[in-house]
Design a protein. Structure first.
Length: 278
């Protein structure tokens, strides 16, 4: 008995260390992505945008990139934010679309129900492999316990159903965090990008009015140019925020749908076991 407890304890410690190591690796990878995005943004700002002018003094912008360069030091921060957003949109899209699986939840669960009604558990498990998503993974884990409980003669029906339910919950707790990971970046950028854009606008307006005051006489053209340059920050910030918000809502909708499919899978297993093994 002591050996069993020691084994369980060692397994728990090993799992905890593995989880901690994986979390640390993920944080390091995210940090590297952010640093690379900041470096690329500054290179674009200083090596590309700074060349888009008609004069050597960089007063007359050749195009929008030149105008953005005149927006000041906030622009590379906004570009960094945009690049980070794009990076995590691509990363989350790859993970979440894979988790969604190859077969729709309703069709998949209907096929599993059909096989379970005829007590063909192996066929139901093969359907999980075809689904190849989070719902299929949870269902397959539940079906393995389902198969074990079907041949178990020591536990009563309620205990068997509780074992199946526990297995489904444990597998769900592993699947959902994988889908929700890094969404916090998109949620943060949704708010932060707009505020950064407004901050850049305010800084640009301050510079524009200061230039007019130093000139000693009102200059409508200088004021209009200053406002135009300042609003570039707002446009970049709002545009980044808008895309981040759309991506975040789109991904959370898919995750909610997968979560619903997982819940329905657990319910299907419980009801099927009650009907087939009373």
């Amino acid at each position: 008995m002591a050996d069993v407890k020691t084994s369980v304890s060692n397994t728990a410690k090993s799992t905890s260390k593995s989880s901690s190591s994986k979390s640390s690796n993920t944080m390091m990878m995210n940090l590297i992505i952010v640093v690379i995005c900041i470096a690329v943004a500054h290179l674009i700002f200083h090596l590309v945008f700074s060349t888009q002018f008609l004069d050597a003094e960089k007063h007359k912008a050749k195009n929008l990139m030149g105008t953005m360069y005149q927006g000041g030091w906030v622009v590379p921060i906004l570009i960094s934010t945009m690049l980070v957003m794009i990076s995590f949109v691509i990363e989350r899209a790859a993970t979440i679309f894979k988790s969604r699986g190859k077969i729709g939840n309703a069709e998949f669960i209907k096929k599993v129900q059909f096989h379970l009604s005829s007590k063909n558990i192996d066929a139901a498990m093969s359907e999980c492999d075809k689904q190849a998503g989070s719902v299929g993974n949870v269902m397959k884990a539940g079906l393995k316990t389902y198969k074990e409980m079907a041949s178990n003669t020591t536990l009563d029906t309620e205990q068997k159903i509780a074992s199946i339910k526990k297995e489904v919950e444990e597998t769900t707790s592993l699947e959902l965090p994988m889908m929700e990971k890094n969404l916090v970046f998109l949620a943060t950028i949704t708010s932060a990008a707009t505020l950064l854009g407004l901050f850049g606008t305010v800084m640009g307006m301050i510079r524009a009015f200061a230039a007019m005051a130093n000139a000693g006489a009102p200059d409508a053209n200088a004021l209009a140019a200053g406002i135009s340059e300042a609003l570039v920050n707002t446009a970049l910030g709002i545009g980044t925020s808008f895309i981040a918000m759309l991506a975040y809502n789109f991904f959370t909708t898919i995750i909610d749908n997968v979560t619903y499919g997982i819940d329905e899978s657990g319910f299907t297993l419980e009801q099927s076991f009650k009907a087939n093994f009373k």
